[in-house]
Design a protein around this ligand. Structure first.
Ligand code: ZN
Length: 65
């Protein structure tokens, strides 16, 4: 497998340590997961502008008397 020379000295975007080929561009599985969590976190924290998309199913509380 030919490796592109520009990918040689990649630094981990999380902790800035030299990346490990196995976890590139991260230095470890830990940093990889941190980055993944970061992305997921951002995705979930995106504010929803439209109120219509914020529909929550209404709880139907049955009062069986
Ligand atoms: Zn790292």
């Amino acid at each position: 497998m030919g490796m592109s020379p520009s990918m040689k000295n990649v630094k981990c975007p999380i902790c800035k340590k030299p990346s490990v080929e196995k976890y590139r561009p991260f230095c470890s599985e830990r940093c990889k997961m941190i980055d993944l969590g970061k992305w997921l976190g951002e995705a979930y924290s995106i504010p929803i502008a439209s109120e219509d998309t914020k529909k929550e199913p209404q709880k139907l509380e049955d009062e069986n008397d």
